[in-house]
Design a protein around this ligand. Structure first.
Ligand code: MLT
Length: 394
């Protein structure tokens, strides 16, 4: 028996586990420290009422002989796929067929799983800094990875140029970790580049619900031609607080064909073999997000987080610290003060302000010297964290 030795090329542990370990060690040594966590992008508001009502009702159905359900369709129940289809139509004017929508247990899983249907010979292009899952899942498969640099000069929104070699391109917009989001012109360039090269874009739209500006793109299918070159991943985690409930979706358009094969067919084949779908109550709960009550309740929650983002950016403005994100995004990506390294700044904030954030270096070499704060915290605690940061750095 041989192991997959590609795993030995990974960093020893996942970024957010490292941060959790460091924070726990500090807390163990300083039990009285009142630590505020603005590190991992985990939500703090509970599921909204429309969602929990649907969840309860579905659990009750599962307890009655007449309404009990066993295995569901691997691709997801029709009621949820139709609700997602209608959401795209009403929010973005994007027309999808329900058959192109695959319900999953979250965007993170599908972003990794999709690689099953792509050859290991492909060269992958990832922006740096980047959500670590894109890199790690490709390292696990031994794929060649090229990087394209995000930096303060390009607003952390790198654009393609013809010298770049890529068969598969990752784009996350609004971006994790930088909070920067592409407008139509920027994404148009990526779609043209992919179509010109015969490359595939893997578009992570997990944070689309934070976009309020009409200039910015929520779904890559708003760009003409994207149906021929892009798969889109999205999640109920950030839109409706499903980080612990687990539900997401992946869109594989019918026109997406490589080597004369429809990717939708391959993905369906993969899912029917390796996945048995998301539980019925979770899918019912997810569908409730897109009812009028659900939408109005989740918008209140999104506004709550947006106010946190404003609390943080106001503090940074006061300190004269450069940042991206915070508007159209739950992440604020700031330049570490006084040319500090990002782990150095992490230690300073942890030990002197008892605030936890995420060091930019954890997202790639270009993240060095930057730092990420999340707006997913509690209002009072976020205000307290912002005050502590101002006090420490002013
Ligand atoms: C993050 O903090 O980057 C996110 O929570 C990661 C994720 O959604 O998996």
């Amino acid at each position: 028996m041989k192991i997959n030795r590609n795993y030995l090329d990974l960093k020893e542990s996942y970024l957010f586990s490292d941060i959790a370990k460091k924070t726990a060690a500090y807390k163990a040594a300083n039990p009285d420290a009142d630590i505020i966590k603005l590190g991992i992008g985990d939500v703090t508001l509970p599921l909204c009422k429309a969602v929990t009502d649907a969840f309860h009702a579905a659990v009750s159905e599962m307890g009655e002989k007449e309404t009990f359900r066993g295995y569901g369709p691997e691709q997801g129940y029709g009621f949820l796929r139709d609700a997602i289809r209608d959401y795209y139509k009403s929010e973005d004017g994007v027309e999808l067929d329900s058959d192109e929508i695959f319900v999953s247990d979250g965007a993170k899983s599908d972003l990794g799983n999709i690689l099953d249907i792509l050859s290991k010979d492909n060269t992958v292009l990832v922006p740096d800094p980047v959500y670590p899952v894109y890199v790690d899942t490709n390292v696990m498969d031994g794929r060649k990875i090229n990087y394209i640099a995000g930096n303060a000069e390009n607003g952390f929104l790198p654009l393609p140029d013809d010298s770049l070699e890529a068969d598969v391109i990752y784009i996350c917009s609004p971006n994790n970790p930088t909070g920067a989001a592409y407008d139509h012109a920027g994404l148009r360039k990526w779609v043209d580049y992919a179509l010109g090269r015969g490359a595939l874009i893997l578009f992570d739209a997990a944070y689309e619900s934070f976009i309020t500006s009409k200039e910015l793109v929520r779904s890559i299918y708003e760009i003409e031609g994207a149906r021929k070159c892009a798969i889109e991943f999205c999640s109920f985690s950030k839109i409706a607080g499903f980080t612990g409930t687990r539900c997401g979706w992946t869109i594989v358009p019918a026109e997406l064909e490589f080597d004369g094969v429809q990717l939708k067919k391959l993905w369906l084949r993969r899912q029917t073999t390796k996945f048995n779908g998301v539980s019925y109550p979770v899918q019912k709960a997810a569908a409730a997000v897109f009812t009028p009550e659900g939408l109005s309740q989740i918008r209140e929650n999104l506004d709550y987080y947006k106010q946190n983002a404003k609390t943080i950016t106001d503090a940074l403005d006061k300190l004269g610290i450069w940042y991206t994100g915070g508007v159209n995004s739950p992440y604020i990506w700031l330049r570490c003060p006084n040319n500090m390294g990002s782990w150095e700044f992490f230690d300073l904030l942890l030990t002197k302000a008892n605030v936890v954030g995420t060091p930019g270096a954890g997202f790639g070499a270009m993240g060095e010297g930057f730092f990420r704060l999340t707006a997913f915290g509690d209002h009072d605690r976020t205000r307290e964290a912002a005050d502590r940061i101002v006090k420490l750095l002013k």
